[in-house]
Design a protein around this ligand. Structure first.
Ligand SMILES: [Zn+2]
Length: 298
């Protein structure tokens, strides 16, 4: 699943290309992907421009520019969940962000020539650009909301995110107090911290030298400080490297997500720890594959 750094990378790429562009056609190929009445969904987007692209945790929000006489701000929310992809094709470049089906080429990564059997929706722009929403397992969604609903969704589902002043040692200390679940499950909870997923939780806990199965409430203040610093450091570095899982950006500069070469534990189960050289452990925790070093992490 794409996490904060991957979604932020897609946000930046798309913002460069489609902010200010006018939508001329909207096609929903799989009805359940668009979580509104289909006619409303199309009407809200067509003949409108994208004003801005925001992100909260792993949720993208495309602000739709109001037309004359319209008084309500509307947003197109995009959540990629497990296997969602956003793919923009234009005359000069192809951008894809999210899940990767295959890393060999742009075409194989998106499941073949577009649109294909994984394409759930297509948004076409006046300049000829096309934005495809592909989703193999169909957990991802598109939803148009007004300002009030948007705020409700954020308040109910998203805690503070890394690199924001709202995520602080003080905040973590308060939230961790007496928590009976393990620290891995705590960090994966989007209501506690928005944007972290399996990769960056494992990496942050390794850097902070904390075992993922530790009870969240058992962390000492010095460990909470280490964890706070580790999360911010890892996320910052991952964004700078355009994420890990997959961000194949095919344009003249050929930029690609390359944090994977910087991973310390994730995906390295049984390989030697980069610090102590002993074999890393891969286990299952909070329902997820979990990687850690039994010696370096306490
Ligand atoms: Zn180690």
């Amino acid at each position: 699943m794409p996490e904060l750094p991957e979604v932020e990378t897609i946000r930046r790429d798309l913002a460069e290309s489609i902010v200010g562009s006018e939508i001329v056609a909207v096609k929903i190929l799989f009805l359940k992907t668009a979580k509104n009445d289909a006619a409303f969904f199309v009407k809200a987007l067509i003949n409108h421009k994208i004003e801005d692209i925001g992100r909260t945790g792993k949720l993208l929000s495309l602000k739709i520019k109001q037309k004359k006489g319209e008084t309500e701000n509307l947003y197109l929310l995009v959540h990629l969940k497990m296997t969602g992809q956003l793919i923009l094709t234009s005359k000069s470049k192809k951008i894809v962000g999210g899940h990767s089906l295959n890393e060999h080429s742009f075409e194989s990564s998106v499941g073949g020539e577009l649109p294909n059997r994984h394409t759930r929706a297509i948004i076409e722009f006046k300049n000829g650009d096309k934005l495809f929403f592909n989703d193999l397992r169909k957990f991802g969604y598109l939803k148009i909301v007004d300002e009030l609903e948007f705020k409700k969704i954020i308040v109910a589902g998203y805690g503070p995110e890394p690199l924001s002043p709202n995520l602080s040692v003080k905040y973590l200390t308060a939230k961790l107090k007496n928590k009976k679940k393990n620290i891995k499950a705590f960090l994966l909870d989007q209501k506690m911290i928005a944007g972290l997923g399996n990769i960056y939780v494992d990496e942050s806990l390794f850097l902070a030298k904390i075992k993922p199965m530790r009870l969240a409430g058992s962390l000492k203040l010095i460990e909470i400080k280490s964890l706070y610093l580790a999360i911010n450091k890892i996320i910052k570095k991952a964004i700078a490297n355009r994420g890990t899982t997959f961000n194949n950006y095919v344009d003249s500069s050929g930029r690609k997500g390359n944090f994977s070469r910087l991973l310390s534990v994730y995906g390295r189960g049984k390989l030697p720890c980069l610090k102590c050289k002993k074999a890393l452990v891969k286990t299952k925790l909070a329902g997820r594959g979990t990687h850690y070093c039994d010696y370096c992490q306490k």
